[in-house]
Ligand binder design. Structure first.
Ligand code: SAM
Length: 265
């Protein structure tokens, strides 16, 4: 364990840089904040590259346990001042623990060969809060994974990790271009349920059983024509008030719990 109090230390600077997508791409690492989320990661077998914690908190039982586990997995353990922690987190009131991890992308092929369960497929999702919330909900219903199609926001951004409440450590994330997805979808054996406002089929109509994919559209534009054409069925959730659509994460949650309702208990 070492102690760093300099705001200009290169390790501190590179941890802070993990807020930027470009720097995450370069390093292949991302940042998770908070005792709860970092504990979740370690319990799920993710080994941190670096664990940072607030000086004076080393005897806190949860922090102590995290230090012990991170040490055992060979992480760089750094005790820092509140000012350094604020610098890394870019917040005035940072969490007392942060850790960096190597990004893990799953093989997208898994989604097409699964013989049961649901993969959530997100078309150009833009809001990391939506993405994190969807990862959390997908994890809650036992989905097989979440596939990002096209130009999506980064599933490893601090905001997405935070919104997932650590669920992103438990659910496979994969990515594909739209062209790759539609080409592969043509020979997929399961149902591909697309959610779209122009759909006429109520979301409670499909059987929601067997291997399936749930396609969710971009926050502004909805699903592309190509993805709608790839769907075996297009479904919609009734909208009785004045709003013309649900928030993407809410719509995903409604559909995923309908999926869960059809699964054997
Ligand atoms: N203006 C967009 C459109 O025309 O599709 C609205 C997009 S909506 C905010 C984001 C995504 O959530 C949609 O592409 C769809 O996947 C899903 N969604 C939202 N409300 C829905 C509804 N009532 N029925 C089906 N899907 C819905």
């Amino acid at each position: 364990m070492r102690h760093i109090n300099s705001l200009t230390n290169p390790v501190i600077k590179s941890l802070r840089a993990l807020h930027d997508r470009k720097r995450r791409r370069q390093s292949g690492q991302f940042l998770a904040e908070g005792t709860r989320i970092v504990t979740e990661a370690l319990e799920l077998g993710w080994a941190p590259d670096t664990l940072v914690f607030l000086e004076g908190r080393e005897d806190d039982p949860m922090v102590k346990r995290l230090i012990r586990q991170a040490e055992a997995s060979g992480a760089d353990i750094i005790m820092v001042s509140a000012a350094v922690l604020a610098k890394i987190s870019r917040k005035d009131n940072p969490q007392m623990v942060m850790a960096s991890f190597d990004e893990r992308w799953s093989d997208a092929e898994q989604a097409f060969t699964a013989d049961d369960g649901v993969w959530v497929v997100l078309d150009r999702v833009r809001d990391p809060g939506n993405l994190g919330t969807i990862l959390r909900t997908a994890d809650a219903v036992g989905a097989r994974g979440v596939m990002l199609v096209g130009e999506c926001c980064d599933g490893f951004s601090v905001e997405a990790v935070r919104a997932s409440m650590g669920a992103m450590f438990n659910i496979p994330m994969a990515q594909m271009t739209e062209a790759e997805f539609t080409a592969r979808a043509a020979s997929y054996k399961g149902e591909i349920l697309g959610t779209a406002l122009p759909a006429s089929v109520d979301y409670r109509t499909p059987h929601w059983q067997g291997p399936m994919m749930l396609l969710m559209g971009n926050e502004q534009a909805g699903l592309t024509d190509g993805l709608m054409a790839a769907a075996t069925q297009l479904i919609r959730m009734p909208m009785l008030g004045r709003s013309d659509s649900l928030n993407l994460a809410v719509a995903t949650g409604v559909a995923l719990y309908e999926y869960l309702r059809h699964q054997p208990q």
